[in-house]
Design a protein around this ligand. Structure first.
Ligand code: UTP
Length: 292
């Protein structure tokens, strides 16, 4: 039987330069989609998927993230005092179980692979998930993206990533699979290329920010080799373990929004608002008004 996936890593050490100046003093992962910060969606997804331990790899200027997942006694008392019991509950609902959250600090943003490597001692020798909060996935209740991936992992073990088809001309933005077998839902691969030019891309199946990884990846990350953009790439380390660890990409059910880009972020706000009963009509009116 495969070891269960109990731990999730949330790399939040990046600089978020595409969102400056908004991200000068505020972490990108705290940008709200409707009324929740991106990181909270990611943590809720992990909880829904059965994750028990939450490991944040933070960096300078990221303390707002820690505060978000902690008590704010003054705020809680004020809300109670004013009789705002429902809002009070909203603030308490986001608190993880005491003792289930761990923070480590990526002292320099050397890339996603380096951020994950910073969590190595907290992970130990067991499979783990990685969630990038800026890839936000809207899925059906009870069937979040990570849960779908864990179901695939529980059957097969190995590495499992979430994948989607991207237009050929956009492969340069993603990690792309070299596919050996594809049943239309799960694609097995024996190679990965980080940010290939369209003419060099082995397929148009790209990895999004959800991974389940065998701890073997740390033997490659230990080498701290830099790849595309001079950064330590997680994709490169995964690619180098493919001779030892089976690799599957899952075409997940749901829609992914790239909230690291401005248009993706705006689209996510509209989509998540339209999915809510309390906002749908108002937002539909606004869209109609603005599109004439
Ligand atoms: P991005 O590639 O979007 O980089 O990282 P970024 O620095 O956040 O944003 P831009 O490109 O400058 O606008 C994807 C995820 O990986 C984390 C980021 O915090 C984000 O959640 N990351 C990236 C790290 O934790 N450390 C790094 O060194 C790089």
């Amino acid at each position: 039987m495969n070891k269960p996936v109990r731990k999730a890593v949330f790399p939040v050490g990046g600089l978020g330069t595409r969102f400056l100046p908004a991200t000068k003093a505020m972490p990108k992962e705290m940008l709200p989609v409707v009324d929740k910060p991106l990181i909270q969606y990611a943590v809720e997804e992990a909880i829904e998927a059965g994750i028990e331990q939450f490991i944040f790899v933070t960096g300078r200027g990221k303390t707002a993230l820690e505060d978000h997942f902690d008590h704010s006694h003054e705020l809680e008392e004020t809300l109670l005092h004013k009789g705002k019991t429902e809002t009070h509950r909203t603030v308490l609902d986001i608190l993880p179980k005491p003792g289930s959250v761990f923070y480590t600090r990526q002292m320099r943003p050397l890339g996603l692979g380096h951020a994950v490597w910073c969590a190595k001692e907290l992970i130990g020798n067991e499979p783990f998930a990685v969630l990038l909060a800026d890839d936000l996935v809207l899925a059906n209740q009870g069937n979040c993206c990570l849960k779908q991936m864990i179901d695939v992992y529980n059957q097969n073990g190995g590495n499992v990533v979430a994948i989607e088809e991207v237009p050929r001309e956009e492969t340069y933005k993603y990690g792309v699979l070299n596919v050996t077998h594809d049943d239309g839902r799960i694609a097995q691969a024996d190679g990965l290329v980080e940010k290939p030019k369209p003419e060099d891309a082995p397929s148009n199946l790209s990895i999004i920010g959800r991974y389940i990884l065998d701890p073997e990846v740390f033997t490659e990350l230990d080498k701290q080799e830099s790849g595309a953009g001079g950064e330590v790439q997680l994709t490169d380390a995964m690619a180098k373990t493919m001779d030892r660890v089976e690799f599957r990409g899952l075409r997940f059910e749901g829609h992914r929004y790239d909230c690291g880009s401005k248009l993706g972020f705006i689209e996510a706000n509209l989509a998540f608002a339209l999915a809510r009963d309390d906002l749908r009509d108002g937002v539909t009116d606004i869209i109609k008004r603005l599109s004439v």
